[in-house]
Design a binder for this molecule. Structure first.
Ligand code: ADP
Length: 414
């Protein structure tokens, strides 16, 4: 039961979606205006501790009408263009959100791979259901495209509850997360993607929400300031991050379950592709599925994108059926080599060799030379190269390994 709203093509989960930063729609905005505490100047929890406790006790209970502002929802079924290797890997006619919503599993049992994570979550969900309690807060970390959002969509299904989807960078101030929190019902789930990008005041505002299911709101300023304690329904926060190391200790410690998603093996990727080829009603030979999986860098999102492209290629250049030679030609046309590296991956390796003599080279220096953001390199390019031992990270910077040099030599020139 995902609460969704229609999102325009420019919307995406990574950067703050423009629409998501706007005020609520006129109607809801008006309704909320009368007593909407989101209109009240906010201060972080650090500031709240300065408030006289006596004042807090005397704070008037909230008798005003409930907050009706609509949270800025993020569509879980849209593919964030920043997270996909590149738009090019999607089929030419493919609408990202359409395909993603068709291919994304809806139940945990439909998910493939990540067995250890799955086992832990199933036990926790089962226990929470038996006790009829909310599930403990969950932190999922791992490179993009491995299934963090998919888990966040499937878990509420197993609990039979709603999920609110939000994204860290779009929550710029505590008042922006408040509507999400107050809209939550007992046991429902709040998913925050890229939780490491929450601004500090928002993160601190979440501490009491996560721990005691309450938030403290400061009304007024200076000597007239007072604190309102707003009780929340017991809920579950699912946080997703590609950079677990960037999470502050206090936030990390408030998650009861912390799980790392790792790259998928070839066998699991083939099963995912097989199922998705059925969903897309495209005939793909087993050899072709193996080839697509082998060139998908252990990542389901990449595999799905490549499957969609191969399907389109087969439709345009042949009779729509995908065999090994069609799959190879389609992937080679996009510059995806037999290791699954694309042009950007190779450019990264080439830059280290050509400009920095194999390294060590600092991330920022490589990023500047390539004209690409260091975040993109760190989140989307490096994890797979590191895991495949094509580069190493040393204290003095990144270095290419003998394997990386060999792969680069064997790869087609871009
Ligand atoms: P993340 O949030 O980690 O960036 P997503 O959950 O958005 O990744 O996954 C991207 C796509 O990959 C999903 O739309 C889904 O189709 C597919 N996918 C991810 N994990 C699985 C899985 N375990 N089984 C099947 N498909 C998966």
């Amino acid at each position: 039961m995902v609460r969704e709203r229609k999102i325009g093509p420019g919307d995406h989960a990574k950067g703050p979606p423009e629409e998501a930063t706007k005020e609520p729609s006129k109607d809801t905005g008006k309704k909320a205006r009368k007593s909407d505490p989101t209109d009240i100047p906010f201060e972080s929890q650090a500031d709240l501790s300065d408030t006289d406790p006596a004042d807090q006790d005397q704070a008037e209970p909230i008798t005003a009408e409930p907050i009706t502002a609509e949270p800025n929802k993020v569509d879980p079924n849209k593919v964030d263009p920043n997270k996909v290797d590149s738009g090019k890997i999607l089929g030419l006619g493919a609408t990202r959100s359409e395909n993603d919503s068709v291919l994304r599993p809806k139940r945990i049992d439909e998910m493939i791979g990540q067995r250890e994570v799955m086992e832990v979550l199933k036990i926790a969900i089962d226990a929470a259901n038996k006790r009829e309690d909310p599930l403990g807060h969950i932190l999922l970390d791992g490179p993009p495209g491995l299934g963090k959002t998919t888990f966040a969509v499937c878990i509420p299904q197993e609990l039979g509850v709603h999920v609110e989807m939000a994204s860290g960078p779009s929550l710029k101030a505590p008042k922006e997360i408040l509507p999400y929190l107050t809209n939550l019902q007992r046991r429902s789930v709040l998913f925050i993607d890229e939780i490491h990008r929450l601004p500090k005041p928002v993160e601190e505002f979440l501490y009491t929400a996560m721990e005691d299911f309450r938030v403290d709101i400061v009304l007024g300023e200076g000597v007239n300031a007072r604190t309102l304690n707003l009780k929340l329904q017991p809920f579950t926060l699912i946080g997703a991050t590609t950079r677990a190391g960037m999470l502050s200790g206090p936030l990390r410690d408030r998650f009861h379950i912390r799980q790392h998603l790792s790259y998928y093996n070839q066998e699991d990727l083939v099963r995912i592709l097989e199922r998705n080829a059925d969903k897309l009603r495209v005939e793909v030979s087993h050899e072709a599925l193996m080839e697509i999986a082998r060139r998908s860098r252990g990542t389901p999102r990449v595999a799905n994108g490549r499957l969609l492209w191969v399907r389109d290629y087969a439709m345009s250049k042949a009779d729509g059926k995908v065999n090994l030679s069609i799959a190879k030609s389609a992937l080679e046309m996009l510059g995806i080599d037999s290791q699954g590296l694309d042009r950007q991956d190779r450019k990264y390796l080439e830059t280290i060799v050509r400009v920095f003599a194999g390294g060590p080279a600092g991330l920022e220096a490589i990023a500047h030379t390539m004209g690409i953001s260091s975040d993109t390199l760190e989140d989307e390019v490096e994890p797979f190269l590191l895991r495949s031992e094509m580069i190493i990270r040393t204290q003095r910077g990144r270095m290419i390994t003998p394997l990386g040099t060999k792969v680069l030599k064997d790869s087609p020139k871009s």
